[in-house]
Write a protein that binds this ligand. Structure first.
Ligand SMILES: NC(=O)c1ccc[n+]([C@@H]2O[C@H](COP(=O)([O-])OP(=O)(O)OC[C@H]3O[C@@H](n4cnc5c(N)ncnc54)[C@H](OP(=O)(O)O)[C@@H]3O)[C@@H](O)[C@H]2O)c1
Length: 301
């Protein structure tokens, strides 16, 4: 299979390139310098030249604050970029796998969101990503739109820069010995590695559509940090941050847990518990915690 991965230098993109390469597919790893998804001509020229069977779009403008400040640019990338890819892949009769987000929901449901729940984004990022979903779903019937959440993995997130959440927490614990984390946002932490495996698995199936694709279970960021420190036997004074300690510039859903109902229905859910994925990540990152990982029982939150 010929697979084009867009956003190939990003957190998810690099894992996806690796996952397809390990299967001996022919992979075209397309960085931003090689394709501009907001530009239809750039998208068409690139994909017509490569003639892929599958296009995986991991590219997005997803720094939530930047999206709020530059709404037109966010729409150009997240909505029109998705439209451009849907048009180009339809013309090539190629499958388009497009990554979306839990931020299409407002968070008021208070229990896990299903694919059929009505979205209601509360910020520019969520609105532009939802528009992108609609373009993909309406323009190329050979599509998988995968909504994911709270990603971390061995490659850094380009849009956010710096360390991912587990690495940042371990770093702060070592540097300061005291860490304060919010418990006001509940998410489903998702390993980029598991998401990449999920994407590869879907290329063997034609149950096209919209799917939730996150780690199983849910937690607040505080719970996530507590689990991380327990598994790694990190000595730290962990506290819940006060409600306005880290004032947010942009509204975010306070609860954005997704149920992988569609993937389970088609028998293709590749995700395990978020706690198990975290342990796997720590084991692979060789964070000096191997003995703790082997000897400690799984913590639950
Ligand atoms: N990170 C999360 O926690 C999270 C949660 C839910 C959903 N998602 C979604 O997951 C997807 C992947 O996220 P990620 O964490 O892997 O992001 P990332 O690390 O920021 O990678 C995105 C990649 O896309 C490239 N890119 C950005 N704009 C582009 C454009 N206009 N044309 C072509 N390439 C472009 C970037 O290149 P440059 O950096 O060189 O511009 C970067 O390499 C996104 O769709 C995001 O909305 C992420």
């Amino acid at each position: 299979m010929k697979v084009a991965v867009i956003g190939a230098k990003g957190q998810v993109g690099q894992s996806v390139v690796q996952a397809f390469a390990e299967r001996d597919d022919e992979v075209f790893a397309l960085a931003h310098a090689e394709i501009e998804i907001a530009n239809l001509e750039s998208v068409s020229d690139c994909l017509v030249r490569l003639q892929p069977d599958v296009v995986v779009n991991t590219a997005a403008m997803h720094n939530v604050e930047h999206c709020e400040e530059q709404a037109e640019q966010a729409y150009a990338v997240n909505a029109l970029g998705a439209r451009n890819l849907a048009l180009a892949t339809r013309n090539l009769d190629a499958l388009l796998i497009h990554i979306s987000t839990d931020y299409v929901f407002d968070g008021s449901k208070g229990k896990p969101y299903m694919e059929e729940d009505a979205p209601l984004p509360i910020n520019v990022y969520g609105n532009t990503k939802l528009a992108g979903e609609y373009f993909v779903r309406s323009l190329n019937k050979k599509h998988f739109v995968l909504r994911t959440s709270a990603l971390y993995g061995k490659y850094p997130c380009r849009a956010k820069g710096g360390k991912n959440f587990p690495d940042l927490m371990l770093h702060l614990a070592r540097e300061r010995g005291r860490v304060r984390v919010v418990d006001s946002e509940v998410v489903s932490p998702t390993s980029a590695l598991e998401l990449a495996s999920q994407i590869v698995a879907l290329t063997g199936c034609d149950a096209y559509g919209l799917y939730h694709a996150t780690g199983e279970g849910s937690c607040s960021w505080y719970d996530f940090a507590r689990e991380l420190f327990a598994v790694t036997s990190t000595k730290v004074d962990l506290q819940v941050a006060a409600p306005n300690e880290f004032p947010a510039k942009v509204r975010r859903p306070s609860y954005s847990v997704l149920e992988n109902a569609g993937l389970k229905r088609i028998g293709l859910n590749c995700f395990g518990s978020w706690q198990g994925a975290l342990r796997e990540y720590l084991a692979q990152s060789g964070d000096g915690t191997a003995s703790a990982l082997v000897s400690k029982p799984m913590q639950t939150t």
